[in-house]
Design a protein around this ligand. Structure first.
Ligand SMILES: NC(=O)C1=CN([C@@H]2O[C@H](COP(=O)(O)OP(=O)(O)OC[C@H]3O[C@@H](n4cnc5c(N)ncnc54)[C@H](OP(=O)(O)O)[C@@H]3O)[C@@H](O)[C@H]2O)C=CC1
Ligand SMILES: CC(=O)N[C@@H](CCC(=O)OP(=O)(O)O)C(=O)O
Length: 384
């Protein structure tokens, strides 16, 4: 069993606040905060409500005292009742699913956009400017639109919105998110990877070379649209790698690490599809900087996330388990000494649909509306 030598040399370094340094247009949260304080609360539209992340937003908002869903959209399922698409979610008084082109945003304050990549930028471009938007797709995550074109296979169709967007890895970009109108919610793999690695890179505790990441996702990460490769017959009782050396989350992760390092970081990243409904584990192999111990990494992460409600470090040699975060907004991590001298292993787990998508989106919109960040998110994981 792996054992970490703890209690060696606590570090005082902390990595709070924004790691992004590019100038952003600020948006006053006053009007939004006023709406939140009015009797109506914040009026919400969920675009793509008939998909997995849209449904997860609806599930979370059932316990949110300030966010009320007024508009819900779908594509193929437009015209249907939400309760006929998701019969398990009936506790709220919800509007019928409509096509985006038929949605009325005049009585809406904020939007969760849970649509496919590419389509999203076209749709957000057409939305009224009074709306605050949290976009769960990848459309506004990459600052460099040339890099976007390279990885997503087409040129960006809303570069002016890309300029405005703020990357919403909440714990690391809180101040930017608070003042944003449009937030690009991070991808699930980038969330599970950047939460541990960005503070370590920023504090120069690990080398920028030889960062190797092996990650595994539940099948809901691929969305609800039927694909042959995601059929039960092809997924059950197996595991397989995909996107080897070419997954589109590589530039997103490298962007965050490069910002933190202020120097280009290149990673090895291999995602795998696991036979489970939800959950994600990232196992990261890193090289310690000169004079740094595994315990230094642990202590630095511990002090970075001290007081954070949703990021937890385990004690001793305990291993994070996807069941310890299922259905919750937590990211749980731990650090281990490798058998190879000078190397460490870091493991993090999240629920891809919650901290990896809809939970973090609600966390971000809470901040954008001047509400407590944890509002509606204080539920515990489902275990076993
Ligand atoms: N699943 C996950 O774990 C994560 C997903 N994301 C991202 O979030 C976004 C949503 O993902 P997810 O919920 O999994 O996807 P789903 O495939 O489950 O849902 C997609 C939704 O978008 C609607 N839709 C599809 N095409 C169009 C279109 N052309 N115009 C308007 N609406 C359309 C669908 O409607 P209908 O059902 O009627 O066809 C459905 O409501 C994606 O960008 C995804 O990459 C981000 C992090 C994690
Ligand atoms: C299992 C699976 O297919 N996962 C998706 C990632 C889902 C996600 O986080 O991210 P995006 O918002 O960037 O799509 C994938 O690998 O493309």
């Amino acid at each position: 069993m792996l054992e970490t030598a703890r209690h060696v040399r606590p570090l005082s370094l902390r990595a709070r606040g924004s790691v992004a340094s590019s100038p952003r247009k600020l948006f006053s949260p006053k009007a939004a905060a006023a709406a939140a304080k009015s009797g109506d609360g914040v009026r919400i539209a969920v675009l793509g409500a008939s998909g997995y992340t849209g449904a997860e937003i609806v599930r979370i908002l059932a316990n949110h005292p300030q966010f009320q869903i007024k508009v819900m959209t779908a594509d193929r399922k437009a015209g249907e009742q939400f309760s006929s698409v998701f019969p398990h979610l009936t506790s709220q008084d919800l509007p019928r699913l409509v096509a985006v082109k038929d949605a009325d945003f005049s009585n809406v304050d904020a939007v969760f956009c849970c649509l496919p990549h590419g389509t999203t930028q076209e749709i957000i471009k057409g939305l009224p400017r009074h709306l605050k938007i949290v976009d769960l797709s990848a459309d506004f995550r990459l600052r460099d639109i040339n890099e976007y074109a390279e990885w997503y296979g087409h040129s960006h169709r809303a570069p002016e919105l890309q300029e405005e967007a703020v990357y919403g890895l909440t714990e690391l970009h809180r101040d930017d998110v608070r003042n944003a109108r449009l937030v690009a919610n991070p991808g699930c793999y980038p969330t599970s990877i950047q939460l541990p690695l960005v503070p370590l890179v920023k504090a120069k505790l690990i080398k920028l070379t030889n960062i190797i990441i092996d990650a595994k996702s539940g099948v809901s990460g691929a969305g609800r649209g039927a694909k042959e490769a995601n059929l039960y017959t092809e997924i059950a009782e197996g595991i397989h790698a995909y996107g080897i050396t070419s997954h589109r989350h590589v530039p997103e992760i490298e962007q965050g690490l490069t910002d933190a390092a202020e120097s280009k970081v290149t990673i090895s990243f291999t995602p795998h599809l696991m036979c489970m409904k939800r959950g994600m584990q990232s196992t990261m192999y890193v090289e310690l900087a000169s004079g740094v111990t595994t315990n230094d990494l642990y202590e630095h992460l511990k002090s970075t996330y001290e007081g954070e409600e949703f990021v937890k470090l385990l004690h001793g040699s305990s291993a994070p388990h996807t069941s310890h975060v299922a259905g919750s907004n937590y990211c749980v991590m731990n650090v281990y000494e490798d058998r190879i001298p000078g190397r460490a292993i870091i493991i993090s787990v999240i629920d891809n649909l919650v901290k990896g998508a809809s939970g973090q989106a609600v966390q971000n919109l809470n901040l954008m509306m001047g509400l407590p960040e944890n509002m509606g998110l204080q539920y515990q994981p489902l275990f076993p």
